[in-house]
Write a protein that binds this ligand. Structure first.
Ligand code: MRU
Length: 372
């Protein structure tokens, strides 16, 4: 079923138990249309086609698409092992939907942990299958609330970076889309901009169009207009000139995967923003929840960078703009080295460089956050 919707609140994901629908982000900003996702196969399809995108939104969609399928899996599988097998097959399929944003793998990994823990503890019975099913469902549903709360905390910690009285008329630049559409709500980097706006400290936001897929022009511009935040759209190639002409107070971007040394994969183009920011003395912040952090990888070189179809460069809305026969390279993300990052704003505070070593110790930050 497809239905149109008007709402005062911008949201990518609508869920009530047994029902999941997503806004079709490929149709925004011209058409606001939700479509139903009835199972994990439709969830994986929505993720890989980028009808839903943004690291946190991808993860939440994946687990909720499994949650809405669970009643059917419970009725079809009469033994614990066949039920567990059915879940595992679906986790594998969801894991293959997009490779770079680690939030997806963190969320699927949490379900695998639930499976292995419960399977050893629960006796073989129909009741045990229902117990396991409800644990998975509750985990998936819990992500909705957690993501929203994390984003609000990120927004507050980010805005706190600009507390001094001198910082009242801030100009902040962002890249890609990291707002309500990329998350359950509020946003990460766009959440910081939103928080500054709410505190009356934001003079202006600048959004890059974010070639090749234009998440900035299509989605961030839409969100900024929707929220009545004063903002200007620029092309990615205008960033250095903007920084030379205007006093930009900070760049704040999101993340798809932050690794142990602080190197950060985010939408392609982020790295060149960080270089331009360094040259112009502009602080460069990454805003991301701990679920975007992957301390199993030591440096950014180990991150799997998704390459997307050449049509995203050669075509705009189905219309060919590039010469036939030209070769295309379309990495969807790039890696910004930690040394170009002033701080990583998380829901637990800001990860910075150690003053003595000059390095970011992401692992230690997470361990300490876990103790609080
Ligand atoms: O390819 P996309 O649109 O999924 O890429 C999104 C980004 O790179 C975002 O900056 C990142 O996922 C953070 S979203 C809060």
């Amino acid at each position: 079923m497809t239905h149109s919707s008007h709402s005062q609140k911008l949201e990518a994901i609508r869920y009530s138990r047994g029902q999941l629908s997503l806004i079709d982000q490929l149709k925004l900003p011209h058409v606001t249309e939700f479509f139903d996702v009835r199972n994990s196969s439709e969830g994986a399809q929505a993720i890989s086609s980028m009808k839903v995108r943004g690291a946190p939104a991808i993860a939440v969609t994946a687990v909720l698409s499994l949650a809405v399928e669970i009643p059917e899996l419970v009725s079809k599988n009469t033994t614990m092992s066949s039920f567990v097998n059915a879940i595992e097959t679906r986790l594998d399929m969801l894991a293959a939907s997009r490779p770079t944003a680690v939030n997806l793998f963190q969320a699927l990994g949490q379900i695998r942990i639930i499976l292995s823990k419960e399977v050893t503890q629960l006796p073989e019975s129909r009741e045990s299958i229902s117990t396991l099913a409800s644990k998975i469902t509750m985990f998936a549903e819990g992500m909705l609330e957690k993501d929203l709360a994390d984003n609000r905390a990120i927004g507050a910690h980010g805005a706190d970076l600009f507390k001094s009285a001198a910082q009242r008329s801030l100009k902040i630049l962002t890249h890609c889309n990291t707002g309500s559409l990329a998350t359950v709500g509020y946003g990460t980097a766009l959440g910081v901009i939103r928080a500054l706006h709410d505190r009356g400290q934001l003079a202006h936001a600048y959004a890059t169009e974010t070639r090749p897929y234009n998440q900035g022009a299509r989605l961030t511009a839409f969100e900024l207009v929707f929220e009545r935040i004063p903002a200007t759209l620029i092309t990615d190639s205008m960033v250095s000139f903007l920084m030379a002409k205007e006093k930009i107070n900070a760049v704040v971007v999101g993340a798809d995967r932050v690794v142990a040394n602080g190197d950060t994969a985010n939408k392609v183009g982020t790295y060149q923003l960080a270089i331009a920011a360094k040259h112009h003395g502009v602080p460069f912040y990454v805003a991301a929840p701990l679920t975007s952090i992957d301390t199993t990888l030591p440096t950014g070189d180990a991150i799997h960078i998704e390459e997307r179809p050449s049509q995203e460069l050669t075509h705009i809305f189905g219309q060919r703009i590039a010469a036939e026969g030209i070769g295309v390279w379309n990495p969807s993300f790039d890696v910004t080295p930690a040394k170009l990052i002033s701080g990583i704003i998380t829901e637990h505070g800001v990860i910075t460089h150690d003053t003595s070593t000059g390095l970011m110790n992401v692992k230690r930050f997470i361990e300490e956050a876990g103790k609080k």
